[in-house]
Design a protein around this ligand. Sequence first.
Ligand code: ADP
Length: 394
Amino acid sequence: MKILVINAGSSSIKYQLFDMTNECVIAKGMCDRVGQQSSTLIHKGKKDIRLEDVKMPSHVEAMKFVLDALVHAEHGVIKDLSEIKAVGHRVVLGGEDYTGSVVIDGTVMKALYANIGLAPLHNPANIQGIEACKEIMPKTPMVAVFDNAFHSTMPDYAYMYAINYDDYKKHKIRKYGFHGTSHLFVSSEAERLIGRKDLKIVIAHLGNGASMSAVKNGKSVDTSMGLTPLQGLIMGTRCGDIDSAAVEYLVNNTGMNVHEVTTYLNKKCGLLGICGFSSDFRDIEDEYEKGNDRARLAVEMFCYRVKSYVGSYAAAMGGLDCLVFTGGIGENSYIVREKVMEGLEFLGLEIDDKANKTTKRGETKLFSKGKAKAYVIPTNEEIMIARDTLRLVK
Ligand code: ADP
């Protein structure tokens, strides 16, 4: 049984084809700069290929490139598209309509279109990915796996904002949370490693986008991203938590309008805004080690925010059994893990320095010695999407 997993962004399509008999990835790749003058396809299959300067004016053309690559005589991995039994799509926001994955039909599509207002930066691209697949593979079942679904178990006092209750009801302004598929995957892995489900786990998913969650007895009880992914941690280019009055202040003092300020807070701030030269953590860490003071500030602000959330979520759950680091930064930066753990001994977290510094890329590893466990667990959102897709179409 082969399942194709699609993650469509505004100008990219990432894909993985799974053989679910042994849950292994048989091909994967990415279309980049979709909708621009010239696009790229990177495909790893029977052979690895890179097509530069190809024409992908829309997601439909990009999907055609993907499917051609999968069935190609030399670098493809299947003979015929009919071997793909279903397609699982990552969808950023299902709003309050969906608390779990669903098989996509007309009603689901209507709900996705209706939610565009709540997720204007992400849902349109996800919808384009689905529409493109439906056009080329009209008979293949499709499943939507929502990024906020895992967080739908948050209690009302955690997901509500303190705004007028009628406005919450009317406009659905509340915390939804994102990265749910990743938080679910790594928290399930932590439960498996510890051998119990009755745990209080804090997850730090630290990538270019970054979020934390509090997982109690297998359920998300709080998370740091909000109505949109802008809230919470400091990210590559997003500011995270900020006084909302800063928006009007920026409008009044910079000449930007509200939309421009929102774009600024999403694209020009965060680590990039603080250090001034890059949003990529590797660059910032390099400069930090050379003594660049703005890089130091970016690293320290980033880690301080993560640490504050660990404390907040331990308090919310009444304790902490396990802290998990995942995402590109969480999995690879021992400096970040060290700085976050520093001073958290009062929560039972005690770092094992050697284990922390010798963690290899892609490795799952325990790096604590205290009562509470600290793990690095590489995330795998795609396998969760593939599993849910298989479960729903079987
Ligand atoms: P996203 O999926 O949100 O785009 P990723 O989870 O791939 O992001 O994480 C990307 C981030 O991880 C980048 O800031 C990158 O610099 C950082 N990163 C990747 N490898 C390392 C490393 N070895 N050390 C420090 N940071 C790293």
